[in-house]
Ligand binder design. Structure first.
Ligand code: 5AD
Ligand code: SF4
Length: 440
C-alpha cells in the first residue's frame, strides 16, 4: 500500500472556517489524506482564508509568496486557496500567484474531492458557485474516531443584513439554515465521539430557522432539541445579531441548564448616526434595552461584543457614544477593530477618518475593554463554576478547561479526565486565565 498523502490546512478568520477546515480534512481523508502539522511535509496545502478586513486578505498573498519555495522543492505539491478570499477573488488569485492549483469558495467544499482528482491530473480547478445543494450533507461520512470534548457545528450560513462595511453577504451569500434533523444527527455523532460541548455556528446564528418534521424550528427550539441529547452537557452559539434576539432565545438563557451563560452580541458602535450609516437597523438605546432583558432572564450572563472604530465620518462625539455604551454594558470580553475599507461595500464610497485618529480611538477603546475584561474575570474569584476539562496543564496533576463563562481555568491537584465536567472553586485570576480548586 502506498504511504498516505499528507494534507496541511492553515485556517484564518472565524470559527466557521475552523469548522469548514475540519470538514474538508475529513472529506479529503476519504481520498487517502492524513493531516500534518508541517507545511514542508505536505502533498497538499490548503489556505482557508478570511476576507473580512484588508489585512486578513493581504496575508494570504504573502503566505503564498512564502510557499513558492516549497513548491520549487516539491513540484508535486498542490496548493489550494479556500474560504472567503477564494470566493471574493476567484481566478484573480491564480493570476496573481500561479503556484495556486485550486480555488474553492465556501459554498462548494463538497466538490473538493473531485477537484483534488483534477489537480492531481495536472489541471487547475476553480469553483466559486453558490450551488443549491447542502454541502455539509454532501460532505457527510464524518469519521467515528474519538475527538476533543468541545466542537463547533455550523447550523446556518450567510447573511442578509448587509451592514454597510461587511463583505460577508457577498462571500458567504444569502442566509441558509441547515435542516434540524441533520444537525441533531451530527450532534449525536459528535457526542458518541466524546464531545460534551457544542457551539452552534452561523454568521447570523440567531436568525436560524431550519426545517423539521414539525415545521421550521427557531434557534431556541433547536437548542431545546439538543438539550435532550444524552451526554451533551453544554450548548453555546455564535454570532448573534441584536435584531434577531427573539423572546424564546432570551427565555432559554434563563431556563435551559445546558445553555451556557455567555453571549456574543456585536453592537459595532454606540452612536445612532453611525449605526444608521452602518445599516445596522438598531439604535444604541434598543441594544441597551435588549441587554437589560437578557440580563433579567440570566443575571450572570457574560456578554461579549464586536466594535468598529473609525467608520467613515465617525466624529469624536460618535466615538464617545461608543465608550459610553461600553461603560453601561460592561463586557466580559470583546473584539475591536479599526475600520477597513472593503471594495464593493456601500461604506467604501464614504470619506475616511484619518488613520492616526482611528488608531488612537482603537487604543482608547481597547484600554477600556481590557479593564472591563479584567474586572469581570476578577469577579469570578471566590465563586464556584462548572469547568469542562480540555487538556492536561503544564504542572503535574494540573488540568485546563473552560468555565461556563468561557474563561480558561487551571485546576490544580486534579485527578479527573479530559472530557469530565467538574465543579471548581476559583481562587485566583491572572492575565488570561483563572486558577481553581476541584470541589469534591
Ligand atoms: N472593517 C473592520 N471590521 C470589520 N468587521 C466586519 N467588517 C469589517 C470591516 N470592513 C468586524 C465586525 C464584525 C467582525 C466579525 O468583524 O465587528 O462583527
Ligand atoms: Fe456582516 Fe453585518 Fe452580516 Fe454580521 S450582520 S455578517 S457584520 S453584514
Amino acid at each position: 500500500m502506498s504511504a498516505p498523502k499528507k494534507l496541511f490546512i492553515k485556517t484564518y478568520g472565524c470559527q466557521m472556517n475552523v469548522y469548514d477546515s475540519e470538514r474538508m480534512a475529513e472529506a479529503l481523508g476519504g481520498k487517502g489524506y492524513v493531516e500534518t502539522k508541517a507545511a514542508e511535509d505536505a502533498d497538499m496545502i490548503l489556505l482557508n482564508t478570511c476576507h473580512i478586513r484588508e489585512k486578513a486578505a493581504e496575508k494570504i498573498y504573502s503566505e503564498l509568496g512564502r510557499m513558492k519555495k516549497l513548491k520549487k522543492g516539491n513540484p508535486d505539491l498542490k496548493i489550494g486557496v479556500t474560504g472567503c478570499v477564494a470566493q471574493a477573488e476567484g481566478e484573480e488569485i491564480m493570476r496573481r500567484q500561479p503556484i495556486v492549483d485550486l480555488v474553492v469558495g465556501p459554498q462548494s467544499y463538497h466538490r473538493l474531492p473531485e477537484m483534488e482528482t483534477k489537480v492531481q491530473a495536472g489541471e487547475k480547478a476553480l469553483d466559486t458557485d453558490f450551488p443549491e445543494e447542502d454541502k455539509f450533507e454532501k460532505l457527510k461520512g464524518r469519521p467515528k474516531a474519538k475527538r476533543g470534548p468541545s466542537a463547533f457545528l455550523t447550523v446556518q450560513e450567510g447573511c442578509d443584513k448587509f451592514c454597510a462595511f461587511c463583505v460577508v453577504p457577498y462571500t458567504r451569500g444569502a442566509e441558509v439554515s441547515r435542516p434540524a434533523d441533520r444537525i441533531l444527527t451530527e450532534a449525536r455523532e459528535l457526542v458518541e465521539r466524546g464531545v460534551r460541548e457544542i457551539t452552534l455556528l452561523g454568521q447570523n446564528v440567531n436568525a436560524y430557522h431550519g426545517a423539521s418534521a414539525n415545521g421550521d424550528l427557531t434557534l431556541a427550539q433547536l437548542i431545546w432539541e439538543l438539550d435532550k441529547v444524552d451526554g451533551l452537557e453544554r450548548i453555546r452559539f455564535t454570532t448573534s445579531h441584536p435584531n434577531d434576539m427573539m423572546d424564546d432565545l432570551i427565555e432559554a438563557h434563563g431556563t435551559c441548564d445546558k445553555l451556557m451563560p455567555y453571549l456574543h452580541l456585536p453592537v459595532q458602535s454606540g452612536s445612532d448616526k453611525i449605526l444608521k450609516r452602518m445599516n445596522r437597523s438598531h439604535t444604541a438605546e434598543s441594544y441597551l434595552r435588549l441587554v437589560e432583558r437578557i440580563r433579567a432572564a440570566r443575571p450572570d450572563i457574560l456578554l461579549s461584543g464586536d466594535f468598529i472604530v473609525g467608520f467613515p465620518e465617525e466624529t469624536e462625539a460618535d466615538f464617545q457614544a461608543t465608550l459610553d455604551l461600553v461603560e453601561e454594558v460592561k463586557y466580559g470580553t470583546a473584539y475591536s477593530f479599526k475600520y477597513s475599507t472593503r471594495p464593493g461595500t456601500p461604506a467604501a464610497e464614504r470619506p475616511l477618518v484619518d488613520e492616526d485618529v482611528a488608531s488612537e480611538r482603537l487604543q482608547r477603546l481597547q484600554a477600556l475593554l481590557t479593564r472591563q475584561q479584567r474586572e469581570v474575570q476578577e469577579s469570578m474569584v471566590g465563586r464556584e463554576v462548572g469547568v469542562l476539562l480540555e487538556k492536561p496543564g503544564r504542572l503535574p496533576g494540573q488540568m485546563v478547561g473552560k468555565s461556563d463563562y468561557l474563561h480558561s481555568v487551571h485546576v490544580g491537584d486534579c485527578d479527573k479526565e479530559v472530557g469530565d465536567m467538574v465543579r471548581v472553586h476559583i481562587v485566583a485570576s491572572s492575565t488570561n486565565s483563572l486558577a481553581g480548586e476541584l470541589i469534591r
